[in-house]
Design a protein around this ligand. Structure first.
Ligand SMILES: Nc1nc2c(ncn2[C@@H]2O[C@H](COP(=O)(O)OP(=O)(O)OP(=O)(O)O)[C@@H](O)[C@H]2O)c(=O)[nH]1
Ligand SMILES: [Mg+2]
Length: 275
């Protein structure tokens, strides 16, 4: 656990990219645990359970703003070089529209933008970031999926997930699934998170999601967010940090690829051009 924490604390995107922090987008179903994931990671680095951002259950998304969160490590007083970007959850009748998601991926939407289900974000919306750079863009996407709903996902949600998957593939943008609430589908995991990798129920859920999303199983990462716990638990921290580390590894590869692409397009005359 300590090793993982140190690795995350030492993480730094390659200097040539001029990106100071990797941006990981948390997206997907309402109530799946996107905000809780941020709160959980923040708790690990704070050294105690905290819930800086509002999470909970409600008929509509609890999160209504786009937030780019940094976490603060209390022991060293520094901010690790990644940002967790939290979004409004998809609902049956309302989801961020395709254009809005593209704007997020391209870094055009500002931190704290208030989503409005009736009026989607456009390039005319106040705060629109016009000349976004690599540092503003999303470098890895995590679909946060509630493991206890895998068997009952509606066709609308499934179709939305598939469309998004295709969109991200087109962009060459790495994406993972964070499978949450596994404590709800397996009593052994509920007793002890260490049982995650020996649980048949978890294995089945991972396979189902991988199949539905058309992702390799290694891209479906089981996590357990802090929700009922009052103290930090190493086994839980490990799952959360492993998931984060995987995203950062792939974010690095994506940034590297973008550099090659920009060089090929002749956009790298001065490095400042893309900062
Ligand atoms: N049992 C269990 N509950 C969880 C887990 N992760 C989140 N929760 C609970 O699920 C509820 C929703 O969590 P949020 O983090 O608010 O979910 P969200 O995806 O941000 O939801 P919206 O912002 O509404 O889209 C909260 O009551 C959490 O405590 C988990 O791993 N296990
Ligand atoms: Mg939320």
């Amino acid at each position: 656990m300590q090793e993982l924490k140190e690795t995350l604390l030492d993480y730094k995107p390659m200097t040539e990219t001029n990106v100071t922090a990797a941006n990981i987008l948390l997206i997907d179903q309402i109530g799946a645990g996107k905000t809780s994931f941020f709160n959980s990671v923040n708790s690990i680095f704070r050294g105690k359970i905290t819930s800086k951002a509002c999470s909970g259950s409600f008929e509509h998304s609890v999160t209504t703003q786009y937030r780019q969160y940094k976490v603060k490590d209390i022991s060293k007083g520094k901010f690790p070089n990644f940002r967790l970007c939290d979004t409004r959850g998809f609902e049956e009748k309302f989801a961020l529209d395709a254009q809005e998601i593209s704007f997020i991926l391209d870094g055009n939407i500002p931190d704290r933008y208030q989503f409005n289900p009736l009026v989607p974000f456009t390039s005319d919306t106040s705060g629109y970031i016009k000349d976004s750079m690599l540092k503003d863009k999303i470098h890895c996407v995590a679909f946060v999926i509630d493991g206890s709903t895998v068997d009952v996902m509606s066709d609308t949600i499934l179709q939305r997930l598939k469309n998004l998957h295709v969109k991200l593939n087109h962009r060459g943008l790495p994406h993972f699934v964070f499978l949450t609430k596994l404590d709800k589908i397996c009593p052994d995991v509920n007793d002890d998170v260490k049982n995650t990798f020996t649980s048949t129920a978890v294995c089945d859920a991972v396979e189902k999601v991988a199949d539905v999303m058309g992702l390799p199983r290694a891209h479906v990462l089981p996590v357990k967010n802090y929700e009922s716990e009052t103290k930090l638990k190493p086994a839980l921290d490990i799952l959360l940090m492993e998931a984060l580390q995987r995203c950062l590894d792939f974010a690095d590869a994506y940034m590297d690829e973008q550099l090659v692409k920009m060089a090929a397009e002749g956009k790298m005359v001065h490095t400042k051009d893309y900062d």
